[in-house]
Design a protein around this ligand. Structure first.
Ligand SMILES: Nc1ncnc2c1ncn2[C@@H]1O[C@H](COP(=O)(O)OP(=O)(O)OP(=O)(O)O)[C@@H](O)[C@H]1O
Ligand SMILES: [Mg+2]
Ligand SMILES: [Zn+2]
Length: 439
């Protein structure tokens, strides 16, 4: 448990100005331009996945609009004036914050909007922030619509949601919309490193990356996991701590598994599944790590410049060897199969079977021949001199009665379009069929 008085990192490190917002440069640019040129819309909609900065940005925008110290050519709130401080504490009279998740009824909306016509007490604007706005009832949306259609000039609306598709078109069409994107792995890692420095946390190599991978672009999730890890292991968390706390399997082990599977070792797959399920690991997260590893392998295989790939130098050689063992075709198949497995596991009555069959299938990847090699072989066969065997085969005679005297240039008859294949051609085609049959 956290000690009394401990502020979780996600609260302690809430962005207070635009410059603090990580990974949303398009939002920052548009909003800051609007502020400096005095062309601020009357209603905004901030959308995007969990923990990417929507609520924080709503408060930053409100602070910037009402900041008492902001210069006319600047866009950042000062963070120190009475208005900025009150907004940060959610105590400002001019900024009405409403959480639609717990206030979804029409009466809740009416009550909050009662004061729209009142002039702002201190700032330039009265600002209504409606968080999780998709939770409003239909009649609550209608009540909101009335005001949002023609708000008094001193009023601004900022709506935030993870589910824009649940918002009526009538509301959407009156808002300027900003989509917050998932933050990239590199950006999350850099940001976590910065916070760790400030907090005197010294995680071992790879820990922050593992945390960032699990967060899947959500900044709050990333910080929440750092908190969880600190509670378990103190200020110097190691990779093994992270694996224990989050029920993960480390990358080294996953690579070992993939190497065994590339050798056709189906048993390794079954044993791995047994370990994951019997030791109570989090199957979804193990699969998430595998998908992420498959992606890294694809990048390693596909790019000439490995500096651009975000992996530690000491792991690169191992990754390259595994990537080579699969080949680019095998890796595409690997990534697809794992992604599919991850989705199916969520709904499956018997997730273990889904994982086992996927791993056994993967153990057959090594035997797939790359398509280009198969095609090259077909070409070879097509270019080869026509064999006596083919000309003399009874089917060739039946199919090409008038052309008996002429040696066939290729193996396709005019009448039927059917192919007569040499054993070599047949072999190559069978291999192709196996490949596509298998995937
Ligand atoms: N873009 C970001 N840059 C820096 N920190 C962020 C960012 N997004 C989220 N955070 C961190 O996550 C915490 C929560 O962010 P915020 O409440 O703004 O997210 P949200 O998008 O509103 O999430 P939700 O969808 O759950 O409402 C912040 O206090 C901060 O620590
Ligand atoms: Mg929010
Ligand atoms: Zn201020």
């Amino acid at each position: 448990m956290a000690e009394p008085g401990y502020t979780v990192l996600a609260r302690k490190y809430r962005p207070m100005k635009f410059a603090d917002l990580v990974g949303q440069p398009h939002v920052v640019k548009a909003l800051s331009n609007a502020i400096t040129t005095n062309r601020v819309a009357q209603a905004f909609l901030f959308t995007g996945s969990r923990g990417t900065g929507k609520t924080s940005s709503a408060r930053i925008l409100a602070s910037a609009l009402n900041c008492m110290e902001r210069k006319s050519d600047g866009f950042e709130p000062c963070g120190k004036c009475a208005s900025c401080l009150d907004i940060a504490r959610s105590e400002d009279l001019d900024v009405v914050e409403m959480d639609a998740a717990s206030n979804s009824r029409v009466d809740d909306v009416r009550e909050r909007l009662e004061s729209v016509d009142t002039r702002p007490a201190r700032g330039r604007f009265r600002i209504f922030i409606i968080d999780e706005v998709h939770m409003l009832s239909t009649s609550a949306f209608n009540a909101l619509l009335k005001t949002i259609e023609e708000p008094p000039p001193h009023v601004k609306f900022i709506l935030a949601t993870t589910n824009p598709e649940k918002i009526p078109e009538t509301i959407l069409s009156r808002c300027q919309r900003y989509d917050f994107r998932r933050v990239t792995l590199g950006e999350i890692v850099a940001w976590l490193e910065d916070i760790c420095r400030k907090e005197k946390i010294a995680p071992q190599d790879g820990v922050l990356r593992a945390v960032a991978e699990l967060a899947e672009g959500g900044m709050r999730d990333a910080l929440g996991r750092v908190d969880q890890l600190l509670a378990f292991s103190g200020l110097k968390p190691g990779l093994e701590d992270a694996e224990r706390v989050f029920g993960l399997v480390g990358r080294g082990k996953l690579l070992e598994l993939l190497n065994a599977l590339s050798q056709g070792d189906a048993r390794a797959g079954i044993l791995f599944a047994e370990d994951v399920f019997d030791s109570g690991k989090d199957v979804a997260e193990v699969l998430a790590s595998m998908v992420s590893l498959a992606r890294t392998l694809l990048l390693v295989a596909a790019s000439a410049d490995t500096r651009a790939i975000d992996v530690p130098d000491n792991e690169l050689a191992g990754l390259k060897a595994t990537a080579d063992a699969y080949g680019i075709h095998g890796l595409v198949y690997l990534a697809e199969l794992l992604t599919d497995c991850r989705q199916r596991v969520r709904r499956a009555a018997f997730p273990r079977v889904v994982v086992e069959t996927t791993l056994v299938k993967l153990s057959m990847v090594g035997r797939l021949e790359p398509l280009d090699r198969l095609l090259a072989r077909l070409d070879e066969v097509a270019d080869a001199p026509v064999s006596v065997e083919r000309l003399e085969s009874p089917s060739a005679k039946v199919a090409e009665p008038q052309q008996e005297s002429k040696p066939a240039q290729n193996a396709t008859t005019k009448e039927s379009g059917e192919k007569h294949r040499s054993p070599k051609e047949q072999q190559a085609l069978d291999a192709l069929k196996r490949q596509f049959g298998a995937s």
